[in-house]
Design a protein around this ligand. Sequence first.
Ligand code: HMG
Ligand code: MG
Length: 299
Amino acid sequence: MNLPEQAMIIEVGPRDGLQNEKSFVPTEIKKEFIGQLKKAGIKEMELTSFVSPKWVPQMKDASEVVEASLGGGRDIVLAPNKKGIQRVYGTSCKAVAVFVGVSSTFNKKNINKTTEEAVTDLEPIISELKEKNYFVRACISTAFYCPYEGKINPESTVSLCQRFVGMGVDELSVADTIGMANPKNSFELFSKLKSSLGEVLLTAHFHDTRKMALANILASLQAGVDRFDASAGGLGGCPFAPGATGNVATEDVVYMLENMGVSTGINLDELVSAIDIVKPHVTRTIETGYYRLAHAIEQ
Ligand code: HMG
Ligand code: MG
């Protein structure tokens, strides 16, 4: 089996994990959660997003969360537009994720712009970020399926990714937004991306709606991917993508990889403690394989 010696987990729990939670998670809890994730060995993490608080009220404390949490790895924040970037400039954060959907219908629902409008607006933003030496990650939503348009042509995903590579982004995070991809889709798309994108960091972002995310990760590993977004406790989902449930759970990905001899540098006991911090504040039941087992063994 084609397996790397190491893989990087990009923790998206504080951002993707919490953005869909209806009740506000106290800022102090978010900070504690992030601190404990770092203690568990997370080296790259999406901390929050500088989006409109009217659209996503959960992220209204972005500046406060960022300033309290920076340090000890690559801390990333999402920003959808110029206003978001100006807010990022007001912090010490040096890594930004922009996001766009391959599907225009999804994009309109998510950021009120078609894909083409969004890409056109992002071009000068990315160029300015690169001039200022920011790390830029581009998150590509609905790379496989769209909740509104159905199956996405893989060529459309590849060509959108190539446009971002042309703009000089450092990383592409390619997402199965509503968890519809199967391992064959994953292997085929990531093989194409690996062969057509050059040296850019390539990350896979799987939601686990149909419980296929771990299988999709295994298929992506076979295609040469060694970077995976994951969310502690399997929390997550985009508020503008109906049907999307949580991200693949960090603890399950770490357990699978470590047991196959792929090192992640993440301590599972410390990771469970991070989930314990946020669990009483979220409405979603946390019942991921490793988390349940960790607590069952304690009893
Ligand atoms: P809009 O309503 O078209 O924006 O929303 P606008 O430019 O017309 O501005 C309207 C108001 O919002 C104005 O305020 C602006 O100042 C304010 P008012 O004058 O009415 O008081 N505004 C902002 N405030 C704070 N921060 C900003 C900002 N921008 C405008 N950045 C907008 C357009 C993009 C703002 C909105 O659609 C939005 O915030 N969308 C965010 C959606 C979101 O967060 N989605 C989830 C993240 S993506 C995701 O989860 C997918 C991913 O995980 C990968 C995958 O799984 O697929 C990454
Ligand atoms: Mg997502």
